[in-house]
Design a protein around this ligand. Structure first.
Ligand SMILES: O=C(O)CCC(=O)C(=O)O
Ligand SMILES: [Fe+2]
Length: 367
């Protein structure tokens, strides 16, 4: 039953606690967004104030030919500037991308009770979690998004606990994306002039998680956000978006991180979106940019996206690589045990690139 009164408490209980999600709210019939979803004006997304990102997708098949160095430069250049780029001719078959989008719709179209069994605390596995918004208990305004997240332990675990509607596609995608991430990280770390042995790389890429995000159609997209401004905490995120659009990235300005322009990452059939996360910004001592991004909703159609997050092992100590600090003459971030960084990340609502403040040194001087 949808909340009968308009009280914020009953809405919260219906959407968050009982696991109906935003989808349940929309399905109960809704002509305008409830108060609890209205963002403060500075967080609302005005479509007219951004332009499409015109960066051409990077053709990864060319890494194996005479244009190898040029492609490496394109990857490094994008990581140093926007922190976002798209890739085509990658390892993930286009048919698998189509199956993933379908699987996401199939899962979120299940009756609420079938999804709610995966809520935190009742889910058959602590590695599988269905939820809504980001950290609802910390947010003044909730995000217009439901999600299921699946942390990879091993194939048997995935096939036993991940939802039937999406487990095969999600597992295959996670494995292929992991190859892509490793290849990109090796290129980016290599260009820092650092050689990391295989076990160090494996620890930096030690935890992998695939999410399916579902943004139901929204009666007032101009008042809400699908996902608020944030950066991802990991090394590199591989993201599949569908054809709806609405993913925006902020262009960092050297002296004014607060006021950069927003670019929309246009959907390109068959492409994957790649974005640099906080881990790589820290490791590179700020050379690679963890991209601030956010998602707008639309009034006409639901949107799905499927990110694969790759983050260091919880026990790993993460800080700027010593060779880079030596070259730069100073460390811009302090070293942190990755579990502490994650606790801070998931303990706060999305707030742009604030997550990096946790490790920043001399924050006044840096963006
Ligand atoms: O839906 C999208 O396009 C992006 C989602 C996102 O930024 C995230 O899940 O971290
Ligand atoms: Fe993100």
């Amino acid at each position: 039953m949808a909340p009968s009164s308009n009280s914020s408490n009953s809405l919260y209980e219906f959407v968050v606690r009982d696991g109906n999600g935003v989808k349940g709210l929309v399905d109960s019939g809704l002509s305008e967004v409830p108060e609890r979803y209205i963002q403060p004006p500075e967080e609302q997304i005005n479509k007219l104030e951004s332009s499409p990102c015109d960066m051409q997708p990077i053709d990864l098949s060319k890494l194996n030919g005479p244009e190898h160095d040029k492609v490496v430069d394109e990857i490094v250049g994008a990581a140093e500037t926007l922190g976002f780029f798209q890739v085509v001719n990658h390892v993930v078959p286009v048919e698998l991308l189509e199956s993933l989008k379908e699987a996401a719709h199939t899962f979120f179209n299940l009756p609420p009770g079938k999804k709610a069994v995966y809520r935190a605390g009742v889910s058959p596995s602590p590695k599988v979690k269905y939820g809504t918004s980001f950290v609802p208990e910390k947010e003044k305004a909730l995000e217009w998004k439901d999600y299921i997240s699946m942390v990879y332990i091993c194939d048997e675990d995935a096939l036993q606990y991940w939802p039937n509607q999406c487990k095969e596609a999600a597992l295959e995608y996670l494995k292929l994306s992991s190859k892509l991430v490793k290849q990109l990280v090796e290129i980016l770390v290599g260009k820092l002039g650092v050689e990391l042995d295989d076990s160090k790389i494996e620890s930096l890429l030690g935890m992998k998680m695939v999410n399916m995000n579902y943004y139901p159609e929204c009666p007032n997209p101009e008042l809400t956000v699908g996902v608020g401004r944030h950066s991802d905490m990991g090394t590199i995120t591989v993201l599949l978006q569908d054809g709806i659009g609405g993913l925006y990235v902020k262009v960092e300005e050297d002296n004014d991180a607060e006021n950069g322009e927003w670019l929309e990452i246009p959907p390109i059939p068959g492409a994957l979106v790649i974005n640099i996360g906080d881990t790589l910004q820290i490791l590179s001592n700020g050379k690679y940019k963890s991209a601030e991004h956010r998602v707008r909703t639309t009034s006409t159609q639901s949107r799905v996206s499927v990110p694969v997050f790759t983050v260091p092992l919880a026990s790993e100590r993460i800080g700027p690589l010593p060779e880079v600090v030596k070259k730069d003459g100073l460390a811009r971030y302090k070293e942190v045990v990755w579990q502490d960084y994650m606790n801070n990340f998931f303990g706060n609502a999305h707030a742009g690139k604030k997550s990096l403040d946790f490790v920043k040194i001399n924050s006044a001087k840096l963006e």
